[in-house]
Design a binder for this molecule. Structure first.
Ligand code: NAD
Ligand code: ZN
Length: 243
């Protein structure tokens, strides 16, 4: 049995399929991952920029980086991997997507049950008061200020060292525990606590299917390893499943 057939069979036999995704699923949409070479921004460390420390040091620089990413994400479209997951949910096979991505592409592809562990780049919040807002485009001036109290606004995403939104995390853990098959797509498995999702599912007896061109710490748990880019693999998978 080839790997495509093996994954198709696993999905057909599943009773509670859940997907866990990372930056790699959006790469074929033109959104760079953190652990890769990004031209202009290659000399900056995302772990510095996406942190409270980095923001305190230089909010303008951090916002310039987010503005660049918002521009890229705004132009990007869901690729066959996002669309395939949306189709799997629509036909009732996929029960939830747990994502580390902040790009919102799963919802744009049509998925309804999306648990965004790290927030969403299209939301901002005030660093001082309770002001929160949704945005459609990057701020014109950076760093943007809170219209309510005048303090700085920040992206409503989870930075390195920050806790995850509690409700979303609780729900994600429950979904992972309920899964009998977990598709782990495009994540290096290096960012904790999100990286615990596959481990928890595996410990509860869920079969892990990893879709990632490279080996990761999750690979050793995986029953099936697909060493291809997610978009091109899903194109074939959806054809094979005839859904
Ligand atoms: P990561 O950058 O650490 O790892 C990306 C993984 O994707 C790697 O293992 C790589 O081998 C794999 N990959 C590369 N191309 C792929 C493809 N075409 N198909 C499948 N897999 C592919 O990403 P991470 O594990 O998500 O952790 C990084 C953190 O950065 C996350 O917390 C996330 O919030 C954030 N982030 C988000 C985005 C986004 O929203 N699109 C982009 C960059 C980073
Ligand atoms: Zn405020």
């Amino acid at each position: 049995m080839d790997v495509l057939e093996a994954v198709a069979e696993k999905i057909k036999e599943s009773r509670y399929l859940v997907a866990f995704t990372g930056a790699g699923i959006s790469k074929e949409s033109g959104i760079p991952t953190f652990r890769g070479k990004d031209g202009l921004w290659a000399k900056y460390d995302p772990e510095e920029l996406a942190s409270w420390r980095g923001f305190l040091k230089n909010p303008k620089l951090v916002w310039e980086w987010y503005t660049w990413r918002m521009d890229l994400i705004g132009k990007a479209k869901p690729n066959p991997a996002h669309l395939g997951l949306a189709k799997l949910e629509k036909v009732g096979i996929l029960k939830a997507v747990i994502t580390q991505n902040v790009d919102g592409l799963h919802r744009r592809a049509g998925n309804k049950k999306v648990l965004e562990l790290h927030g969403n780049i299209w939301r901002v919040k005030c660093v001082s008061c309770d002001f929160k807002d949704k945005v459609k485009e990057p701020p014109k001036e950076v760093p943007p200020k809170c219209p309510k109290c005048g303090s700085l606004l920040r992206p409503d995403v989870v930075w390195f060292g920050e806790p995850l939104p509690r409700d979303v995390w609780t729900e994600a853990v429950m979904e992972a525990m309920k899964s009998d098959v977990l598709l782990v797509i495009g994540t290096s498995g290096l960012v904790a606590p999100a990286s615990m999702v596959p481990t928890m599912a595996h410990q509860r007896g869920s079969s892990i299917v990893e879709i990632n061109p490279e080996d990761t710490p999750i690979s050793s748990m995986a029953e099936i390893k697909v060493r291809s880019p997610a978009g091109s693999f899903f194109k074939e998978l959806i054809e094979r499943l005839r859904i």
